[in-house]
Ligand binder design. Sequence first.
Ligand code: G6Q
Length: 584
Amino acid sequence: MTTKKPRTRMAATPRKPLTQLPAWKALVAHHRSVGNTHLRELFAADPRRGTRMTLEAAGLYLDYSKNRVTEKTLKLLVELARQAGLAGRRAAMFRGDRINVTENRSVLHVALRAPRGAVILADGKNVVPEVHAVLGKMTSFSERVRSGEWKGHTGKAVRNIVNIGIGGSDLGPVMAYEALRHYSQPGIVFRFVSNVDGTDFVEATRDLDPAQTLFIISSKTFTTLETMTNAHSARAWLLQGLGAADEAVSRHFVAVSTDAANVSAFGIDPENMFTFWDWVGGRYSMESAIGLSTMLAIGPSNFESLLKGFREMDEHFRHAPFGRNMPVLMALLSIWNNEFLGAQTVAVLPYEQYLKRFPAYLQQLTMESNGKHVTLGGRKVNYETGPVYWGEPGTNGQHSFYQLIHQGTRLVPCDFIAFGQSLTPLGRHHDILVANVFAQAEALAFGKTAAEVRAEGTAAALVPHRVFEGNRPSNVVLADRLTPEVLGRLVALYEHSVFTQGVIWNIDSFDQWGVELGKVLAQRIIPELEATTLPRLRHDSSTNALIRRYRKLKSAKQGRRRVGDTIVQQREIPGSAVPPPLGV
Ligand code: G6Q
């Protein structure tokens, strides 16, 4: 990246407020006429609805017929995307314009999966060669570790890999590891430490042999309090466990970061640093060097398949007309549900155990991106923005929160994700699993009327309790099986859907000032908890009282801390931007 001041083309793009766009006004009127039409009526009126309102793209099949929309709704939503300038904003992203206006940065996660010969410019410089250079470095490192050629300080090969990072430097890697565990190298244990709660580190390393353990410190800034606290504890754990001095660090620590100075101040050999760039947002970084743990687990060739999957969805998003564009359609349906039907949330329900961390990953992707209350121009919005995303793998959720989705008073649109084949076939399990997906989507859409309940011989007093109103919208996404390529397509599908929604809401989907606030606030209170005598507290009365109460409750032991079963003394690392762990 060059340092010269770039043009900020996006900031200058004028646009009418969303609610002033003719398509928005038309949707408001349209909602008055069709908003409450039941899915039963919509399906009855069109016997082909269930095959017509579907789309196949980049190897994924989307059935969106169980949304409360008509052809006219879809037409108006597509027109809304057009009037909101989606085509221009999409082109601007792929072109490398600084569309993250509040941080004055390009947003080029699409460059991370661009093919070798592609040209994508950031400030006039083609970034694709750098991307492939880093991929090459990751590849040769991964091969050395996986083959056992890379040796630790005592000459033993690596058997344990611990990724230390948080937020975007953790959720992608841990989700991808769990999702692709089927492809993971046997014999290497992977752990992920993110929380500053010492329990996370202690439990993750309790049974590991330091001589065979490699830590990946993943932090774009290399200053994040949680990550640096865990990294310093890891360093102490390693040196204590090996009874070694600082020179052991270089064989057991590698870094993924944009900040070479901080990495080297920590004692990590710059040769063992894998770089990425400020145009990669944390939550959009799982296929950058932040995915080093993923590559170590699944190997370079599977990692290339993952990138290929992303690329396929990128191409689809870039070229398909809005009405046949899967990320755009999913975004528009979400806008309809959120703005016009009053839904405040989306449940993501993967019927695939390997996708158990996918909802957590999407929570960050969607809510950190679109949890914004002002437009690009800084005006408070007068409409809803990002809905709350959450979920659990099926069928477990069916035995807990689905009750509210079926019979509660809130509208909870659902994204069901399922596969044609299991990676771990076992008797009838997979058919039973998938039958549940179809049954749930069907029940949510069509429900059960009072007449149907009565016809089953239900006692009159129980009839209202057993009525299911239905008319609950859902999408079903189907793919053949969960391969690295399919995971790439799925993640890119949601990335571009988030982008599209952000464009329509006219917000900056790529900053995260709320996260930055959290990073600053705790720093003010830490010294007030650690000081030997109570300092003068200047917070509100509640915070002051909580600080006083905590100081009373906490143990008096200061000056040393336990890491696993070992008591370690820690010290300031010269040049480190972050102090050693708390209480040390
Ligand atoms: C992601 C956010 C945030 C970030 C973490 C970790 O988009 O910016 O989740 O990834 O705060 O930051 P570092 O990678 O700098 O440690």
